[in-house]
Ligand binder design. Structure first.
Ligand code: ADP
Ligand code: MG
Length: 320
């Protein structure tokens, strides 16, 4: 495109909060064949909250939440923050009365939804905390090795999830992410954490489809949860269970078929944004994602993805 067309194009983008960092990005975007979108924080709001707690048989909810709080506290993952907020709220509620979980000592599985009151007492600490990429976290609590994460991590740890798997699958089918917890290799329970699909995600994805652009959701989350989110947002294709370090390779693989734009917000997404023909960062995302991107959406609205491609198409048309 001519320098004037580029100036007009970037200027028009900027008025709508679409910051295009280079002339090359504005030109390249016009014939993008596939748009890859990160799930958490991009298609969904990125502010998950706890929707269900299920204890393993013989485990009290008080004991379970105490461990869950301790092991998730040092993690910066949004899923961990949801668990911590939930467990702390219950700890706080119990502070004065010292009330115990109503299901303490129950021999069967206990499940709590909504506002059943349970209490978590005592101050627990974790040592030897470590993250497991694409799986979860681990740490020592009360001298016992505790693990929190997805079913894949539990399998690699040799933890038998028993009937928790059914509860986890039910949560996943509703679009929640099941987080499993174990102590000394034995299952303690599961906490389902759900994030809402942003209000404009489905419309943005439909617009891209009507423009002839393929849409793909990429996520470290499990396949089942990803499929449920696909139902809610109508995205064309799903690639689930992707390790953080493998996202860029998936983008490169898709790019063999035509130009790829990648939309993301997280630290994890930076290499994939850099690898894509057009990297698009959500303005509300991390600094590293914004730095790695060619385009930044200041309004954090996915409708600005089809808008940016339209702008590029219009810019290229002015020179023909
Ligand atoms: P994404 O950025 O797509 O969420 P991650 O690689 O960060 O992908 O996480 C992949 C999966 O690992 C999560 O869906 C979750 O099941 C598990 N996981 C990650 N961090 C934690 C954590 N702190 N506690 C429990 N599970 C976790
Ligand atoms: Mg993410």
């Amino acid at each position: 495109a001519t320098p004037t067309a580029i100036m007009v194009g970037t200027g028009r983008g900027a008025t709508h909060g679409v910051l295009i960092k280079s002339a090359e990005a504005l030109e390249t975007a016009h014939d993008v064949k596939t748009v890859v979108l990160d799930k958490t924080g991009t298609i969904t709001r990125g502010v998950p909250s706890v929707t269900a707690v299920t204890c393993a048989p013989g485990v009290s909810e008080a004991d379970f939440l105490r461990i869950a709080l301790a092991v998730e506290k040092p993690s910066e993952h949004p899923l961990a923050q949801a668990v911590v907020a939930y467990a702390e709220a219950r700890t706080g509620a119990a502070g004065e009365s010292g009330e115990q979980c109503g299901k303490t000592g129950n021999a069967g599985a206990c499940e709590t939804r909504g506002n059943d009151v349970a209490a978590v007492c005592g101050d627990v600490r974790v040592t030897d905390f470590a993250q497991v990429a694409g799986g979860g976290v681990r740490g020592v609590v009360d001298g016992a090795m505790c693990v929190a994460g997805n079913a894949r991590l539990m399998k690699s740890e040799g933890v038998d999830l028993g009937t928790l798997v059914q509860a986890g699958d039910r949560a996943a089918d509703e679009g929640a992410t099941p987080l499993y917890f174990a102590r000394d290799g034995k299952a303690l329970g599961l906490i389902a954490v759900a994030d809402q699909v942003k209000s404009t995600s489905a419309q943005a994805i439909a617009e891209l489809a009507s423009m002839g652009v393929n849409t793909v959701m990429i996520t470290g989350d499990n396949e089942r949860t990803a499929r449920a989110v696909q139902q809610k947002c109508g995205i064309g294709q799903v690639i689930a269970g992707v390790l953080p370090q493998d996202k860029a390779a998936e983008v490169a693989r898709l790019a063999q078929d035509g130009r790829v734009a990648m939309v993301g917000d997280g630290i994890n997404d930076a290499p994939a944004l850099a690898r894509a023909d057009v990297g698009i960062a959500i303005g509300a995302g991390t600094d590293i994602a914004i730095e790695s991107a060619d385009v930044v959406l200041m309004r954090s609205d996915l409708l600005d993805v089809p808008a940016a491609i339209q702008l590029s198409r219009a810019t290229m048309r002015t020179i023909k």
